[in-house]
Design a binder for this molecule. Sequence first.
Ligand code: ZN
Length: 291
Amino acid sequence: MQFSEAFLKRHLVFDGGFGTMLLAAGLPAGASPDQWNITNPDQVRAVHAAYLAAGADVVTTNTFGSTAPRQKRGAYRPADLAAAGVRLAKQAVAASGRSAYVALDVGPLGEFLEPLGDLTEDEALSYFRESIEAGVSEGVDCILIETMGALDEALVCIRAAKSFGGGLPVLCTMTYDANGHIMTSEPIETVVAALEEAGVDALGCNCGVGPEQLVSLLPRFRACAHRPLLMQPNAGLPEYRDGQTVYLVGPKAYAEQMRLLAAGGVWGVGGCCGTTPEHISRLAALVRAEA
Ligand SMILES: [Zn+2]
C-alpha cells in the first residue's frame, strides 16, 4: 500500500489530537508525551487504536517532540523515542485489522533559528535528521511535518525529510492565525510558494485555529496551491476556563465545518488540539458519505 496511491483518493482521513488524549490518560502536565512511547506504550497504542476504530486512514506517530532540543532534560535519546513511536503506531495498525498509513510526525524544535534565536541551520538540520532517520528506519509511509510557525525552520525540516527520509512523501502543515499569517508573519501565499518550491507533496494548516476559520481561509489556499491540501484544525479557537485552555467545538459541529473544507477541495482532513476519536468518527462518516 504505497502512500502515493493515497494522493489519488478524493479524501484521506487523518487522526486527531494526541497530547490531549494522553493527558486524559494520565500524562502529567508538562511531561513529554514522547517519553510515553517507552514508559507507557499501552496508553500510546490505545490512542492509535481509538483513532483507527474511529475510521482514520492515517495514524500519526507520537513523536512530535522527539528531537534533541525538546528532550534536553529527558532520560531517552530522541532517536529511540522516534523509533519506539513508529513501532507502536505500526503495532496498533496491525492489531486493528484495518489497513492504514503511518505518518512519522515531526514537530518544531521549540527554539528559533538565527538571527531570531541561537540555532544554526546546520544544527537544526542535524536535529531533524536524527529523528527522521530513526523513524524512517522502522518503516513509515510518509513524513508529516506539522505545527510549524517559522518558515525558515519548516524549510530546513523539509530539506532534512527530503535528504534523509528515504524518498518518502513529505507533508507539511503550518500553523496560521485567523488572518492567514504564520508566527513569523508571512501570509499563506508566501508560505505555500516556499513550501512547494522546497518540494513538499502536500501542504496546509494544523493547530492554531478551528475549522470555521479555515473555511474562510480556504479560497486563498486554493488560489495559490498546486499540491493536495491537508487541514487539521483544533476543535475551535482556544478558550480559557478556570485557568485551563479548552476547545469547545463538539464532534458534530466540527465535522460539519470539516465537510465544507472537504467539499471545497481539501484532500486530507483530520484534527489537532481538542479533537478526539469522536470528532474523527463523525468526520470520517460525513466524508465517506460524500465520496
Ligand atoms: Zn494543536
